[in-house]
Design a binder for this molecule. Structure first.
Ligand SMILES: [Zn+2]
Length: 62
């Protein structure tokens, strides 16, 4: 892989994060990355987000 390709890949990461912020959230399950419609949070805790398939994972944060 060329240096140019590596730089491009690094540069894409923050852009993808920004796009996710606009859309909402993505599932926190490793390797999933789907749009997450289910948020789980306790007061004063960071919220956790999961897609329809993995929303059961969020129960541990409640
Ligand atoms: Zn998921």
């Amino acid at each position: 892989m060329s240096d140019e390709a590596a730089r491009l890949a690094e540069g894409m990461t923050p852009a993808q994060r920004d796009r996710v912020k606009v859309l909402g959230h993505t599932c926190e399950r490793d390797g999933c990355g789907k749009v997450a419609g289910w948020g789980f949070a306790r007061p004063r805790r960071e919220s956790h987000w999961f897609c329809y398939e993995h929303r059961g994972d969020g129960d541990q944060y409640l």
